[in-house]
Design a binder for this molecule. Structure first.
Ligand SMILES: Cc1ncc(COP(=O)(O)O)c(C=O)c1O
Length: 398
């Protein structure tokens, strides 16, 4: 029995008639760019997220780029973010000539550590010495809500306010996630979402969304995705072509109706993994900096814990262990899907070498890149499949 990391066919089989009907409607209309299908979806998703404004765009990467363009990021400006994220978070900053400042993560949630942010903004972080940015050039912070759990937003917002920074939430992996009752993408100035097919709400191609809190900034983001035009062919600012197309909007609109049900299934699957690892006697929950042999460190719900009025939506179920690479070989040999998000921390990427980071600058992110592995999780994963995954892992550890 081989077990995929993600099987989108199982999802499609369940919603095929609805999806096909909605796609057919777009084909019949021959209206592919903007139009009612896109506008209707934008309104549905805006309501779902409870955002003030929401605009579809071509990808999560473009959502980040549009947010940074909206705040008018200039070459030589600095933006603080997490090094433990998909490349797009740092790439968007660099594409505009900005300089990413990577600060280390919380080793249990893998999200930007607000204490690191405080140290840096107060000029007391060792990284400050070699980046040495003039205060007025630090423009924004991008907390990333990794794996489906939100970053600790209260202290981040407080620090951002005190230091006059925009907050751009990278919510690409966290649609429907909550922090103290508030949804990802509604706490900062912007929320950036990805509908990449493997995301919890996945399109049938590339697609993304930007949410905006302020009306004026929203208006700017809206026209930036349309080459900065208003009215058509009249350009006050230079934008890009980054629209959500009608076929994707039609697919997403069908899937959005199921999203909460799917998120709950993912939560149940995560809980079942936790119980199975505990029953197998290999589970650890308290990570104190050392990783014991033969143990699996389970995901920790902190900002995403229901007791805190939070919600982790388990885009990934990710464990930490000492011999991660050995386990990966074993899983491959047994036909069990898995993935490493992310094998190289952004502060160690070749393209950012000239910023002058060393591995030790973000040691916890570096360590996570060596010890984490993500296991199969999707709403249709069966109990038998989960048991098999845990059996193979416990057998390997013992
Ligand atoms: C954390 C994070 N940021 C940004 C992105 C970029 O989204 P997209 O692939 O839609 O461009 C992704 C998606 O892979 C992501 O996981």
């Amino acid at each position: 029995m081989s077990i995929p990391l993600l099987d989108l066919n199982r999802q499609y089989e369940k919603i095929k008639p609805e999806i096909n009907e909605e796609i057919q409607k777009v084909l019949e209309s021959q209206y592919f760019i903007m139009g009612d299908t896109v506008r209707d979806f934008e309104e549905e998703i805006r309501e779902y997220i409870a955002a003030n404004f929401a605009y579809g765009c071509a990808s999560g990467s473009d959502a980040l780029l549009l947010a940074l363009m909206t705040i008018d990021l200039q070459p030589g400006d600095y933006v603080i973010t997490s090094p433990f994220t998909f490349f797009a978070t740092g790439g968007a900053i660099s594409r505009l000539g900005g300089i990413p400042i990577f600060l280390d993560i919380d080793p249990e949630t893998y999200n930007l550590d607000p204490e690191q942010l405080q140290l840096f903004l107060e000029g007391e972080h060792p990284i400050h010495a070699h980046t040495n940015p003039p205060k007025e050039k630090i423009k924004a912070v991008i907390p990333v809500h990794l794996y489906g759990q939100m970053a600790d937003m209260d202290p981040i917002m407080e620090l951002a306010k005190a230091h006059d920074l925009y907050v751009i939430e990278d919510a690409a992996q966290s649609i429907g996630a909550k922090y103290k009752g508030r949804s990802a993408g509604t706490i900062g100035d912007f929320g950036c979402f990805s509908f990449f097919p493997s995301k919890n709400l996945g399109a049938y191609g590339d697609a993304g969304l930007i949410t905006v809190a302020d009306e004026q900034l929203a208006d700017k983001a809206n026209i930036l995705r349309l080459h900065g035009a208003r009215p058509k062919y009249h350009h006050k600012i230079v934008g890009i072509n980054s629209r959500l197309d009608a076929l994707q909007a039609a697919v997403l609109s069908v899937k959005l109706k199921y999203l909460d049900e799917w998120s709950e299934s993912r939560r149940e699957i995560a809980q079942r993994y936790n119980s199975l690892f505990e029953e197998a006697g290999v589970a650890e929950t308290n990570y104190d900096g050392t990783v014991e042999d033969n143990k699996v460190y389970l995901p920790v719900e902190r900002e995403g814990a229901p007791e805190q009025d939070g919600r982790h939506i388990y885009h990934q179920y990710t464990i930490r262990l000492k011999d991660r690479d050995g386990l990966q070989e074993k899983l491959k040999a047994k036909g069990i899907g898995n993935s490493i998000y992310y094998p190289v921390s952004l502060h160690e990427q070749e393209c950012f070498a000239d910023i002058g980071y060393k591995s030790e600058d973000c040691p916890l992110s570096h360590q996570a890149s060596k010890q984490l592995i993500s296991l199969p999780i999707f709403p249709e994963l069966t109990k038998e499949e989960q048991t098999k995954v845990v059996d193979v892992i416990s057998e390997y550890l013992k």
